[in-house]
Design a protein around this ligand. Structure first.
Ligand code: FAD
Length: 398
């Protein structure tokens, strides 16, 4: 297995760095670096810049307007973007819905929806989870009943990320309540401006409101918005989840976070000396750096395997668990490094409005610590990933 980069890979990395240096404004990268909340305009600006360069959809086939990069190029691109503190591209349309439409959508759906995802005309959100259906997603209850050339949708979705900005939501809905639970589900595209759709914000522990409840009361959805076949939605839903779990290790984000911890702890004092010289703190930083190096190598091993055409297996569960543990430890170290300055984590600090004494740029460190508790929950909780991993290991052992 060859883990080294080729000359072409190195040239591509230089090209990405030059693009980021030229196109990513410092005002925007500073917001990402300091964990300030990004506005809808910020997201739309970066979406448009990437689209102009043809780099918005790295994994889409070229015939749909994508870059069709290989896994190594994608890996390099994601790493460089994270290290430059570029905004994360909102994945719901580009990285989740699009592969489903490309594989299971009709030609008319592909022709209509895909260009609108690239242009940013539609902002999509994901309507999977419900109050009683998270890890056990197939227990979902939102109903869609056929009425002529419409479905009538009633029910509730929850944890809908950035639903407040979205005009479209892709939903899993129950179309056959009598079938086995995985078999009565359909995949529906719903215009959020239809009468009967209501978005209610959920305030999170960091003071932000990035997630929402979405309620549906007798919402009429044209039947042409059904993707694939009725009652086959579970197949498309699972396919989408394999795309949700790509880049889950977040190596670039962790490297950027670790740089921040080192920067802060070189300035923060402990007993009159820089905190980074405190043996207990330094040992934790060293341990997480070692873990990150080990995981980065594992990640490259999996990238290399995928580049040679082998599907990534249960290693992606391993990367999800380890990657999120590392990111959570890094946000914990940052919080500890800023000490009492982590206290003003109110939403004002996240929004960049707080006139607080902040010699360590600490305003949003605590908010980031709290916010990142989510990493071990979404994208399939870490407990579920451990179960998947354990079952596979036991199967392999017998
Ligand atoms: C910040 C955030 C953003 C999200 N964004 C979206 C979104 O945009 N769209 C969307 O559809 N969903 C979204 N989700 C929902 C997310 O997918 C679910 O939270 C996740 O699937 C877990 O479901 P749950 O919250 O219902 O917890 P539950 O499934 O009730 O789990 C509760 C706890 O029990 C554990 N558990 C459950 N079952 C088992 C088991 N069989 N074995 C061992 N342990 C188990 C879990 O690991 C967890 O610790 C988001 C969640 C968060 C936190």
């Amino acid at each position: 297995m060859d883990l080294s980069f080729t000359a072409d890979d190195t040239a591509f990395r230089a090209e990405v760095k030059a693009f980021l240096a030229e196109k990513l404004p410092e005002t925007l990268s500073d917001k990402v670096r300091l964990n300030k909340g990004l506005s809808k305009d910020d997201h739309e600006f970066w979406h448009a810049e990437l689209n102009k360069r043809g780099w918005l959809a790295p994994n889409w086939p070229q015939r749909f307007g994508g870059a069709e990069w290989g896994v190594v190029q994608r890996h390099i691109f994601e790493e460089e973007c994270a290290m430059a503190y570029a905004p994360r591209v909102v994945p719901f349309g580009l990285a989740m819905l699009a592969p489903v439409l490309q594989n299971f959508g009709s030609e008319a759906q592909q022709d209509y929806w895909l260009p609108r995802i690239l242009s940013g005309e539609d902002w999509w959100c994901q309507g999977y989870s419900e109050p009683g259906a998270g890890s056990d997603l197939a227990a979902l209850k939102t109903r869609a009943v056929r009425d002529g050339d419409h479905y009538v949708v009633t029910g509730q979705k929850t944890w809908t990320t950035l639903g407040q900005h979205a005009n479209m939501i892709f939903c899993l809905v129950r179309t056959d309540p009598d079938a086995k639970k995985q078999e009565g589900i359909s995949f529906l595209l719903i215009d959020m401006n239809t009468p009967g759709v209501e978005v209610r914000p959920i305030t999170l522990i960091d003071g932000g409101a990035e997630v929402n409840e979405v309620w549906f009361t007798d919402v009429r959805v044209p039947v042409e918005n059904l993707v694939g076949e009725e009652n086959k939605g579970w197949t498309y839903a699972k396919y989408l989840l394999t795309h949700e779990r790509t880049n889950i290790a977040g190596v670039g984000f962790s490297r950027a976070g670790l740089d921040m911890v080192k920067r802060i702890s070189s300035r923060a004092l402990s007993g009159g000396r820089p905190l980074i010289e405190n043996p207990h703190f330094a040992a934790r930083v060293a341990q997480v750096e070692i873990d990150l190096m080990a995981m980065s190598t594992t990640n490259l091993r999996i990238v290399s395997k995928a580049a040679s055409g082998q599907a990534p297996g249960i290693e992606s569960s391993l990367l999800k668990i380890k990657g999120t543990q590392i990111r959570q430890e890094i946000t914990d170290l940052a919080r500890r490094a800023v000490g009492p300055l982590a206290m003003p984590f109110a939403s004002d600090a996240v929004d960049g409005n707080a006139p607080l004494p902040d010699p360590l740029d600490a305003g949003a460190v605590a908010a980031s610590y709290f916010n990142n508790r989510k990493l071990s929950i979404f994208g399939g909780s870490n407990e579920i990933q451990r179960e998947i991993y354990a079952k596979q290991m036991m199967r392999d052992a017998t």
